[in-house]
Write a protein that binds this ligand. Structure first.
Ligand SMILES: C[S@@+](CC[C@H](N)C(=O)[O-])C[C@H]1O[C@@H](n2cnc3c(N)ncnc32)[C@H](O)[C@@H]1O
Length: 323
């Protein structure tokens, strides 16, 4: 095990402490299901939020862009080193991998914890059946449609321009952490709603509407926006020429930090433990650390571990590397 961390300051937790602290951050090079199974029996309640962004069952190898002459693509000419293979010998092979990882996560989740499973049209429908079986009836809580804004739009038929995140609770009827009133977790009211309903103005000049529900009057301010719905189209993908390019690591299929910020804020409290068993470039881990959460990350790709380690070290985040 290697220990990483910034130079310590008096009264600040040191990397050495993080290594011996059972609650320290951890990055593990392993197969996700094998690693999760190693907690068996001892890890129950350890994880408050799990974000799982596995390969999407594309049937190709994904390469990284580690230098200016290389391309981040699916194994074509001019491509950089292979980051990971996304070929499972068919859908059944992929679903069986997924089942192993989800079963491991179920054993680790805290009573109010959630698992976010990020997929696309290639497998999300069949994967929902697997997740329903693993977590049990009554645990499926939501589905978020993420519209990254990229991708080709074909002429020959309808294009699929979204990805899907399935949200599961640890147990049926569990009361999950869901911080929906956080100011960063709100969206503007629709224009039609603003013009039709928000016609009153208070002494400070703020527009509002009032509604009477069960005999009580509730006031809603236009500038506070409404709670997030389940379609997220305000977070662009990690594509070149967008303002978020600076966070790009060159790792393929890297997700934007804003997406993870939203998920981590919605589904965990400060001090919580966030787990990403297929962490790739470490987006979840970097965001969790920045938002005051502890992380447990894993990936089977040596390149992912290299990129995530560098990213965390550059951000001054202490963590233990287990390989
Ligand atoms: C879609 S990428 C994750 C990208 C990541 N969310 C990010 O922002 O960089 C999927 C990751 O799953 C990893 N992976 C594939 N099979 C795995 C396995 N059996 N165990 C652990 N990780 C695996 C791949 O190496 C790859 O890094």
């Amino acid at each position: 095990m290697k220990r990483h961390g910034p130079p310590s300051q008096p009264d600040e937790p040191r990397a050495e402490d993080a290594a011996t602290d059972p609650r320290g951050n951890m990055l593990v090079h392993d197969d996700a299901a094998t690693w999760l199974a190693s907690f068996a029996g001892s890890g129950r309640g350890t994880v408050d939020l799990a974000y799982l962004d596995p390969p999407f069952n594309v049937g190709a190898a994904f390469t990284a862009r580690m230098g200016p002459s290389q391309r981040r693509t699916r194994g074509q000419r001019g491509a950089g080193p292979v980051a990971y293979h996304d070929a499972w010998g068919g859908l059944d092979g992929f679903l069986s991998f997924l089942e192993g990882v989800l079963s491991g996560l179920r054993e680790l989740l805290s009573a109010d914890g959630t698992v976010w499973l990020h997929l696309d049209y290639r497998s999300v429908h069949e994967a929902k059946g697997v997740a329903d079986r693993v977590f049990g009836g009554g645990t499926f809580r939501s589905e978020v449609i993420w519209v990254p804004g990229n991708g080709a739009r074909g002429r020959a038929g309808p294009s699929i321009t979204h990805q899907t995140l399935l949200v599961y609770a640890a147990r049926p009827k569990a009361r999950i952490v869901w911080n929906s009133d956080h100011p960063d977790l709100r969206e503007p009211y629709a224009d039609t709603s603003l013009s039709m309903h928000f016609r009153s103005v208070d002494a400070q000049g703020r527009r509002y509407r009032e509604r009477v529900i069960a005999g009580r009057t509730y006031r809603y301010y236009a500038d506070e926006g409404r709670r997030l719905g389940s379609v997220w189209n305000d977070i662009p993908a990690m594509a070149a020429n967008t303002p978020i390019r600076a966070e790009g690591t060159g790792y393929p299929t890297q997700k934007p930090e804003r997406l993870l910020e939203r998920i981590v804020r919605l589904s965990s409290l400060e001090g919580a433990t966030v787990c990403d068993p297929t962490c790739g470039s470490g987006t979840t881990l970097a965001v969790a650390a920045r938002l005051g959460r502890r992380f447990l990350g894993c990936d089977s790709s040596p390149l992912a571990i290299e990129v995530a380690s560098r990213r965390l070290r550059d951000a001054g985040v202490p963590f233990d590397l287990v390989q």
